[in-house]
Ligand binder design. Structure first.
Ligand SMILES: CC[C@@H](C(=O)O)C(=O)SCCNC(=O)CCNC(=O)[C@H](O)C(C)(C)COP(=O)(O)OP(=O)(O)OC[C@H]1O[C@@H](n2cnc3c(N)ncnc32)[C@H](O)[C@@H]1OP(=O)(O)O
Length: 299
């Protein structure tokens, strides 16, 4: 049975999915405590929803939905995204996450009506900090995540794709960091993450030319991990693809994500300590003991 979490239950708390193993996450997310002011302003821009369905198989689907505006993020959707990330942080049985847009397109970034109304630099920076915190927490979930890109992923929508571990694209879909055309640069953490995904040369090209990236070019530079064809259902295929990484017992899948995350984000000496701690959670645990009893051979 699927558990559906829809709508605007809100929390002002910042969460750290990796607990004590993760000193840097605390530092990055701690600013969220002072975010009440921007949260109040975001509430003034309603519309759309961010919906979460958690399935018993351990895979959740997060849907960005504002079809009249090509799934642009209204203010309340930004708040809902934060709430749904909090839900996922508390989901101990979770292993995988698909992030997608409603109605055949991914997301066209911030709702330009909200952007126009809060176009002063002070509010802009607060909004960007709010989204940075949420997307950092999304990327740090102990779940293996994939963005299913159909249609367009523009501006903040392109940034959202980089807050997932993987990206799959449908033929004809495009990712475009349109920020330069708007006289901007990414502010939701998308530039920092893009550099880590495609390298600084490719990131510079994509940002400085606001280049449209189709599915084949995205695969060539490592931005996309594969193409999903519309036949057979894009979500079904994406979930099947994800299952090959997020299959197996939750404690082991979550431990895999955590060691990769610590290796990616921490200095080597801290990453080694974190890896030992994570290793300690699976060594001698039921799955490990069962594998030993089976005398597994990996031919
Ligand atoms: C860059 C900074 C970043 C941030 O940090 O905040 C942002 O994300 S800013 C937003 C960046 N995104 C855009 O600028 C998108 C602008 N829109 C488009 O380029 C096009 O609408 C589209 C997304 C390519 C779709 O084109 P098309 O298929 O031809 O449909 P329409 O243009 O008719 O769009 C349908 C409808 O949706 C409205 N729309 C689309 N995107 C947004 C948006 N981001 N905010 C608000 N509204 C949006 C569009 O205006 C149409 O509505 P109507 O005009 O009422 O018909």
């Amino acid at each position: 049975m699927a558990l559906r979490c829809v709508g605007p239950r809100r929390s002002l708390l910042s969460h750290n999915a990796l607990g004590g193993l993760w000193p840097r996450a605390k530092a990055v997310c701690s600013g969220a405590a002072g975010s009440e002011e921007i949260e109040k302003k975001l509430l003034a821009f309603p519309g759309g929803s961010v919906d979460l369905v958690k399935k018993e198989c351990g895979i959740a689907v997060l849907t960005i939905s504002n079809p009249e505006r090509m799934n642009a993020f209204s203010g309340t959707m930004m708040l809902q995204l934060q709430e749904q990330v909090t839900q996922l942080e508390g989901w101990r049985e979770g292993k995988g996450l698909v992030v997608r847009g409603a109605a055949g397109t991914f997301c066209s970034g911030s709702d330009l009506n909200a952007v126009r109304a809060i176009s002063n630099p002070e509010d802009g920076v607060k909004m960007c900090k709010f989204m940075q915190d949420t997307l950092t927490r999304l990327l740090r979930l102990p779940l293996i995540s994939v963005a299913l890109v159909e249609g367009r992923a523009l501006g903040g929508g392109a940034e959202l794709t980089t807050a997932c571990d993987f990206r799959l694209m449908t033929p004809g879909s495009e990712i475009q960091f349109v920020h330069k055309h708007m006289g901007l640069v990414p502010g939701w953490g998308g530039a920092a993450r893009l550099v880590r995904i495609v390298g600084s040369q490719n990131a510079l090209k994509l940002l400085s030319a606001a280049q449209k990236v189709n599915s084949s070019y995205a695969e060539q530079i490592g931005l996309s991990d594969g193409v999903v064809s519309p036949e057979g259902g894009t979500l079904v295929q994406t979930e099947r693809w994800l299952s090959s990484f997020a299959g197996g017992p939750a404690p082991v899948v979550r431990a895999v994500k955590k060691v990769v995350l610590s290796g990616r984000e921490l200095p080597l000496s801290d990453a080694l300590v974190a890896e030992r701690d994570i290793f300690g959670t699976v060594w001698g645990a039921p799955t490990n003991l069962e594998a030993l009893a089976r005398k597994s051979k990996h031919k």
